[in-house]
Design a protein around this ligand. Structure first.
Ligand SMILES: NC(=O)c1ccc[n+]([C@@H]2O[C@H](COP(=O)([O-])OP(=O)(O)OC[C@H]3O[C@@H](n4cnc5c(N)ncnc54)[C@H](OP(=O)(O)O)[C@@H]3O)[C@@H](O)[C@H]2O)c1
Length: 264
């Protein structure tokens, strides 16, 4: 049995479904998506050939894995809905921000629970997924890692670091994209058409991140390689720092971290 049911086919759910359906690990017919929205279901059914259902209870029958991909405020309703039909051998994988394994186990005590924090890069098989399990579910970690390896990179962390992982890895997508937007705006101001500026900025971003990822270097080492003394790069970099670039990013991350600790 390798069936997987994903409850919640929204932004993240769709990304995970698309990544998993396009991987070698699952066939589309082994994946069932549950969502309240017919529109979301039609989209994944037509594009990916997965099964869909508007009802969670029948959809989890026979599933080995149940991925919870709903908003934090919707989780309690979903758990109440499925708790009577869940069997003890079904493994819950929760993407839900701010709800601990202990809190989930308080409702479904017999099920193993693994928490994951992927990001929307999952739809391009480029997610960063942090994974945490408690003692009870440690045995499932390798399988969950393998599953999420199909949609990008994984890192096993302690559960207490899950909030920080959400800020850095999930909200981080938005942080990078806002920087990318600023790069594009700068390009337009210098005279590029928006489409041209976007092509240049996006590819430069991919190249820069790949240098660090594949060379294993610190970003500053790669920065040094393009920074000629008294040249235009250092002029731009220093002006950005005078305007508070690093400081504002770190402060933004910490504001996000403070906020996430208040979300329930
Ligand atoms: N977006 C990210 O990058 C990201 C990254 C990591 C983790 N997360 C976490 O992942 C979870 C999902 O986020 P999201 O951005 O994908 O949210 P979302 O777009 O709101 O998707 C949630 C989906 O679940 C559906 N739903 C609600 N109650 C349901 C129920 N009882 N049965 C079946 N489906 C139900 C919702 O339908 P309605 O709209 O009709 O309510 C919605 O389509 C959140 O807990 C979030 O914290 C998100």
């Amino acid at each position: 049995m390798n069936n997987i049911t994903i409850i919640g086919g929204g932004n993240l759910g769709k990304s995970i479904i698309s990544g998993l359906a396009n991987s070698d690990l699952f066939e589309a017919k082994e994946i069932t998506v549950v969502d309240k929205s017919k529109y979301n279901l039609k989209e994944v059914e037509e594009n990916l050939g997965v099964h869909t259902s508007q009802e969670a209870v029948p959809a989890i029958k026979g599933a080995k894995w149940v991925i919870l991909c709903v908003q934090p405020r919707q989780l309690a309703i979903v758990l109440e809905e499925i708790k009577e039909v869940l069997t003890a051998d079904q493994i819950l994988i929760s993407t839900v921000t701010g709800t601990s394994i202990e809190e989930i186990n308080a409702v479904v005590p017999t099920n193993k629970v693994v928490r994951v924090m992927p990001n929307t890069g999952a739809s391009k098989q480029l997610s960063m997924t942090c994974i945490a399990a408690n003692e009870d579910a440690l045995v499932e970690l390798a399988a969950v890692e393998k599953m999420f390896d199909t949609i990008g990179k994984t890192l096993v962390i302690e559960e207490r670091m899950m909030q920080a992982a959400t800020v850095l890895g999930a909200s981080g997508t938005a942080f990078f994209l806002r920087f990318l937007r600023a790069m594009i705006q700068g390009g337009i101001q210098m005279g590029f058409h928006p489409e041209e500026a976007q092509i240049i900025a996006v590819q430069t971003g991919i190249g820069a991140a790949t240098l660090v990822a594949e060379n294993g270097t610190h970003p500053e080492r790669e920065i040094d390689k393009v920074t000629t003394p008294r040249g235009c790069t250092i002029e731009g970099l220093n002006e950005m720092e005078h305007q508070g670039l690093s400081s504002s990013v770190i402060k933004g991350i910490m504001a996000s971290f403070e906020k996430i600790n208040t979300i329930k």
